[in-house]
Write a protein that binds this ligand. Structure first.
Ligand SMILES: [Zn+2]
Length: 409
């Protein structure tokens, strides 16, 4: 506890000056990579400060609510949670701070939390912890316990993707975060860099989102890892969409609702087009394109214009049997696949007839589709032909040592 108190004293000052300097350093670093960030901030911390965070909104920094008080939300009733979230939204609004999303303190939430967030008018939640594998020698009992406390799920089992469910978009929070590296593993900067680079590589390969979780007060020990990740993300092709959480949530809904039209151009030749939703792109593999298209990632082609003409003997979309669960179709559409209800497998290049489809089935199904070699035309998962997404995000629990002390009480 003494060591912890000493660390806290070094990170926060009696006035917000120290944290102001830290934030300004963090933001100028991000700016070098033309990268924004999302900082969820505890409402009482926002209430007790004035002018510290507001100014960053003009610099691609998004703020989200991080609870009203920094407490375990699962200990509150639905009504208490709703009351606090409504009050949080009101305070953000009074202060002129845009606030679309929510992250639970300690990443702990329950079904009541999600219902209250939605009812209070937030469009997304980013509290689901998703743990990427770490080398065995770094594993500690304490880290395992923290993962349990956070209710973390494994990235070996679940995709790191948004999920639009019940009109709330849920965006995972990738672990290990800065807190794990600095306070729990007490590992070297190069080890941290190596592990974050590996997560970037995996999310890029799987076309997923990497939420680079870094609380602003730990920017200095984590700076090397962050800079390496951002530099690599900028260089990757097809590109990585570096953005904020509210943009991810808005995009996920917008793309899932984009309309796709197709008609027979001539015998054996089809034309597919989208309704022109900004950022929506078509991708096609193993079809004979008859309109201009360029290579996207080695297996998919991306048309030069908003439409693609091609020759195919069967419909290069995903056929789903009428008896399959509605969630299967919803999940596939959220990934950008073009899904059609079909009685049998004869007309489509890929056909699914499943009695059940659970969250655990998502990753194996995505692998089956993406590693398959059947003809497929789909929408790009991310805007403007990006292959994966990245968002730097970290909570601001406190701006002064007083905020921190009040948090404990
Ligand atoms: Zn927090």
């Amino acid at each position: 506890m003494l060591r912890r108190a000493e660390t806290i004293r070094k990170r926060y000052g009696l006035t917000p000056k120290l944290m102001e300097r830290t934030l300004s350093h963090f933001v100028s670093l991000l700016d070098e990579f033309d990268c924004g960030a999302t900082f969820p901030i505890t409402t009482t911390t926002l209430a007790r400060s004035r002018g510290v965070v507001e100014k960053y909104q003009a610099q691609k920094i998004e703020f989200a609510a991080h609870g009203y008080y920094h407490t375990d939300q699962t200990e509150l009733s639905f009504n208490q949670q709703l009351e606090q979230y409504v009050a949080a939204r009101r305070l953000f609004e009074e202060r002129g701070v845009r606030c679309d999303g929510f992250r639970s303190p300690y990443l702990r939430s329950n079904p009541e939390t999600l219902a209250a967030i939605k009812q209070a008018g937030f469009s997304y939640d980013s509290s689901q912890a998703l743990a990427w594998d770490i080398p065995e020698d770094m594993e500690t009992h304490e880290y395992r316990r923290a993962l349990d406390f956070y209710g973390a799920v494994s990235a070996q089992v679940y995709p790191s993707l948004p999920r639009w469910d019940n009109d709330l978009v849920r965006i995972p929070y990738c672990l290990p975060d800065d807190e794990a590296f600095v306070d729990r593993f007490q590992t070297s900067a190069s080890r941290m860099t190596e592990l974050w680079m590996r997560i970037l590589g995996s999310t890029f390969a799987r076309g997923e989102v990497f939420t680079v979780a870094l609380h602003p007060e730990r920017i200095l020990p984590c700076q090397q890892a962050l800079v390496h990740v951002l530099r690599e993300a900028r260089n990757l092709q097809p590109k990585v969409w570096m953005t904020q959480l509210y943009q991810i949530a808005a995009w996920w809904k917008k793309r899932a609702q984009a309309e796709v039209h197709f008609h027979q151009e001539s015998p054996g030749e089809m034309c597919v087009s989208t309704n022109g939703t900004e950022g929506v792109t078509l991708l096609a593999r193993h079809v004979q394109a008859t309109s201009a298209a360029r290579m996207w990632d080695g297996s998919y082609l991306q048309p030069e214009g908003p439409a693609l003409k091609f020759r195919a003997t069967r419909r290069p979309f995903i056929g789903v049997s009428p008896g399959s669960p509605a969630y299967l179709t919803s999940f596939l559409r959220q990934q950008g696949y073009i899904v059609e209800e079909a009685q049998d497998a004869t007309n489509h290049t890929f056909y699914l007839d499943r009695a059940r489809f659970a969250y655990e089935d998502e990753l194996p199904l995505l692998d089956e589709i993406e590693q398959g070699d059947f003809p497929l035309v789909r929408l790009g998962r991310w805007p403007n032909g990006a292959r994966s997404a990245l968002c730097v995000t970290g909570d601001i629990d406190a701006l002064t040592i007083w905020d921190y002390a009040l948090r404990v009480f």
